[in-house]
Design a binder for this molecule. Structure first.
Ligand code: ZN
Ligand code: ZN
Length: 414
């Protein structure tokens, strides 16, 4: 099948060749540049030498998993797809994990292609993303549920048997690699698949900085699997949902402002602190990131602004309308104030509400501006309208599918 589809106002070429996008959760560009420099990613190196490109771009704000995975697969901002966090407060005041398709306001590129008869696949590591990414009839599986589910759409009933290995647990450093192996195994069973999306988990990135042995092992194993996809003839895109930074002092103590405690101590009335990093997997980060929403009465906002602006490491404080505009967020699902913190500072609600005993090491997290830079890597020379912005490092990760599936691209032998 050839031709194009239009998804959320953007045009995409129907891929003639198998195409895959890997979203490396927490995959700060420094992990890739460091691993390349130290010779740990020979297949990526060769891919770049043979016409691929590695540029930097930006993820969406807040720099969190759900908003960015959805932007990457829909090609549009959270204002349009409706998911500004992993967690939010709805207009009726209800606090809600944003894991369910009922909250989605835009279809994915994969859903539109699948409905046009092009076979697609979503593979996630954490099951929390699977329902969102599988919305619109996209066949989807997760590592977390691989032991208990099949993929009936493609005639597969035992995913573990297909991979040839039992699925690791969700906090296992190899869980992300299993997602890559799973997607490749499904492709080998169904080589008529044309667009795959594989979303990893940031368990390793939360625990290990670029150059740490755990991170090195992660990226070396990623590279080996990347090589298997390239050997199968895949066109490959690689990006991240966000970066990752250390949020602790030199002794390893978390550097955190608990905004509810701060406002209470200053006598500022407020209704609620909502931390959109909150998800079912808090062992990664203790629900501490560099972004917070505050719900509070209008008359309290000037004083809240003054108190918060005086804290070291607070970088941006915007009212609801401004933050909706600046961060391209849906105005009905964000707080009265949006607060961001510096690279080395995290934001919490109340000290007693965060359990940090389960962290895998010192606090490393994301959510703010400093985790917006992400790699945008393609396996072959990009073409079309996006190339100049790509080479100027001003593309968004949400542009990656448009870059790979540019409708002016000439397809042919690699
Ligand atoms: Zn993430
Ligand atoms: Zn994370």
């Amino acid at each position: 099948m050839t031709g194009t589809v239009i998804v959320n106002g953007r045009r995409y070429r129907i891929p003639a060749e198998p195409t895959v996008v890997f979203t490396v959760d927490g995959g700060d560009p420094d992990y890739f540049t460091g691993a390349l420099e130290r010779g740990l990613m020979p297949r990526l190196r060769r891919m770049l030498d043979e016409g691929g490109e590695f540029r930097r771009g930006a993820s969406e704000m807040p720099s969190l998993t759900n908003p960015n995975n959805l932007s990457i697969v829909t090609g549009v901002s959270p204002a349009i797809h409706g998911i500004p966090g992993n967690y939010c407060r709805l207009e009726n005041g209800e606090l809600q994990l944003l894991n369910s398709p009922e909250f989605l306001r835009a279809p994915s590129i994969h859903a539109v292609l699948q409905q046009a008869g092009v076979l697609t696949l979503m593979v996630t590591t954490k099951d929390k993303l699977r329902l969102l990414l599988g919305n619109g009839g996209v066949p989807s599986v997760s590592v977390e549920r691989a032991a208990s589910t099949g993929l009936p759409e493609y005639g597969i009933d035992d995913l573990q048997a297909l991979v040839g290995a039992p699925a690791p647990g969700i906090y296992d450093p190899e869980a992300s690699h299993y997602a890559m192996r799973l997607a490749l195994a499904v492709y080998r069973a169904r080589p008529d698949l044309r667009l795959l999306y594989v979303s990893l988990t940031d368990r390793v990135q939360h625990a290990a900085a670029p150059g740490d042995p755990l991170a090195d092992r992660f990226f070396a194993a990623f590279d080996t699997l990347l090589g298997e996809y390239l050997d199968e003839g895949f066109t490959v895109g690689i990006t991240a949902d966000h970066g990752m930074n250390a949020k602790h002092d030199h002794e390893g103590n978390p550097r955190v402002h608990y905004l509810g405690d701060v406002l209470a101590a200053a006598g500022v009335p407020f209704d609620e602190i909502v931390l959109p990093i909150t998800d079912p997997y808090t062992r990664h980060h203790g629900a501490l990131g560099s972004f917070a929403w505050i719900y509070l009465p209008a008359q309290a906002r000037p004083l809240a602004h003054e108190v918060l602006a005086a804290l070291p490491g607070i970088e941006e404080i915007w009212g609801r309308e401004d933050s909706a505009t600046l961060y391209e967020n849906p105005v009905d699902r964000i707080g009265d104030l949006a607060v961001t913190a510096s690279a080395d500072t995290a934001l919490g609600s109340h000290a007693h509400a965060h359990d940090l005993t389960g962290l895998h090491g010192h606090l490393r997290s994301h959510g703010g501006r400093h985790e917006q830079p992400v790699p945008i890597i393609v396996s072959r020379p990009p073409t079309g309208d996006h190339v100049e912005r790509y080479r100027a490092d001003t593309l968004r990760s949400r542009d990656l599918h448009a870059l790979l599936l540019d409708d002016t691209a000439v397809t042919g032998p690699r």
